[in-house]
Design a binder for this molecule. Sequence first.
Ligand code: 5GP
Length: 124
Amino acid sequence: MYHSDNIFAKILRKEIPCDPIFENDDVLAFKDISPVAPVHVLVIPKSAYVSMDDFSAKASDQEIVTLMRAVGEVARQLGLEKDGYRVISNVGEFGGQQVPHLHFHILGGEKIGSLRPGAEDTHA
Ligand code: 5GP
């Protein structure tokens, strides 16, 4: 169940400010207020979806294509494609999701740590 009192819904309604870096009819991207990497941008759909679970179940094919293309476009606009970057979408309590409006984190600008700290050099 989507609740329109979440912080990203307020950003979309311009009730609170953000630092936008990309916008089209369907998508907004803006800097994370508490960055965990030199580049930390959030990409959100303008439509009301709680999470990747909600989106993947209910969004149209066109909405999915539009959002995925925007994530890549934002990363290229930020110049991240050469060195690489990480895309994360946290889902629900176990995923660590804090804001219940679908968002993708784009993290870059340095080597992003392993998902399994200490295991960086162990893959063949
Ligand atoms: P989650 O934990 O839900 O995946 O990520 C939520 C993200 O939203 C966090 O990284 C947090 O720093 C960011 N955030 C929370 N409130 C605001 C805000 O008011 N403005 C911006 N730009 N980012 C926010």
